[in-house]
Design a protein around this ligand. Structure first.
Ligand code: CP
Ligand code: NVA
Length: 319
């Protein structure tokens, strides 16, 4: 499908570096202009296929509902039900699906798998979470921060594992010029190659990116406090990992060091009592459910941009 138009893949959030601020503003506009969706159907006649090798609540539901609101048809393919990984390669799966659908989203284990799918698909591919990147989450997170101008209250602080969500949070913050201080235990630092890329971007935008092994150093004066599970999907065998994170729980004492108006953010699902206490995640500073909602609006902006750029531009100009 998608004709001969050159396709654009979203594997990590910096793939969208040029257009990220506009994608976020677009998402905020359409969120506040729901009437627009009565007659704005940029995905009319299109099918968006989504492959999941890991469980999902937010990503799956926000893609299915968002695609429907844009006039498209969502098609969810659970790994156990398709030939991929059993009798068919990623390359052949990409070629076959490209004959049926207009865009493929893929939640996988190793990041190389989504790169391989993108290489062999003739339609746009969106990474719906790999072990290295979670760009759709970062787009929604930036939307949530921009909506509330939380970056004006202080830097973005990450307390926890050096994982996929941190990677794209740092890349996206660098693109938008937001300062980041992240604290990870020794041995659980983020990927060096991704951090070098973020530092390169930050040089252009003026963002300051700093890493610590002390949560207090990262959180002091923060406008945004972000954490995620300490043990990600696919790492369940590493439960001994939790031992290293004892000092990294985001609790009432730790957040008392942040700016008074700090936002608490978490991509969810949360392991309450582990990386965050109920007192923090249920506090009035917490915007975790806004983040979850914004997954849908941000992805609607991304899908429209990737699958029907002309309609994306037209909506922007008309509003
Ligand atoms: N945040 C996130 O990606 O959630 P799901 O795993 O439920 O999709
Ligand atoms: N780091 C987590 C994010 C879940 C949305 C994981 O990969 O499991």
């Amino acid at each position: 499908m998608n004709g001969n138009k050159e396709k654009f893949d979203l594997l990590a959030i910096d793939d969208l570096a040029e257009v990220l601020p506009k994608l976020i503003d677009w998402a905020i506009r359409i969120k506040n202009d729901e009437e627009a969706l009565f007659d704005f159907k940029p995905l009319d006649g299109m099918t968006i296929g989504s492959i999941y090798e890991k469980p999902s609540t937010r990503t799956r539901v926000s893609f299915e509902v968002g695609v429907g609101r844009l006039g498209g048809q969502p098609l969810t393919l659970l790994a156990n039900d398709i030939q991929l990984g059993k009798s068919e390669s990623i390359a052949d799966t990409a070629a076959v699906l490209s004959r049926y659908v207009d865009c493929i989203t893929y939640r996988c284990f190793g990041h190389n798998d989504v790169s391989e799918l993108a290489k062999h698909a003739s339609v746009p591919v969106i990474n719906a979470l790999s072990d290295m990147h979670h760009p759709c989450q970062a787009a929604a997170d930036m939307m949530t921060i921009v909506e509330r101008s939380a970056n004006e209250n202080g830097h973005v602080a990450w307390i926890g594992d050096g994982n996929n969500v941190l990677h794209d949070l740092v890349l996206a913050s660098a693109i938008l010029g937001f300062d980041v201080k992240y604290a990870t235990p020794n041995g659980f630092e983020p990927n060096e190659r991704v951090m070098s890329k973020a530092l390169e971007i930050a040089k252009r935008t003026g963002a300051k990116i700093e890493g610590f092994d002390d949560p207090v150093a990262a959180i002091s004066g923060a406008g945004v406090v972000y954490t995620d599970v300490f043990v990600s999907m696919g790492e369940e065998g590493l439960s001994g990992k939790l031992e290293s994170f004892r000092q990294f729980q985001v609790n009432e004492e730790l957040v008392s060091k942040a700016d008074d108006n700090y936002l608490f953010m978490h991509c969810l699902p949360a392991h309450r009592g582990e990386e965050v206490t109920d007192g923090v995640i249920d506090s009035s500073n917490s915007v975790v459910f806004d983040q979850a909602e914004n997954r849908m609006w941000a992805q609607m902006s991304i899908l429209t941009f990737l699958c029907n750029e002309q309609a994306w531009e037209t909506y922007w100009e008309l509003r």
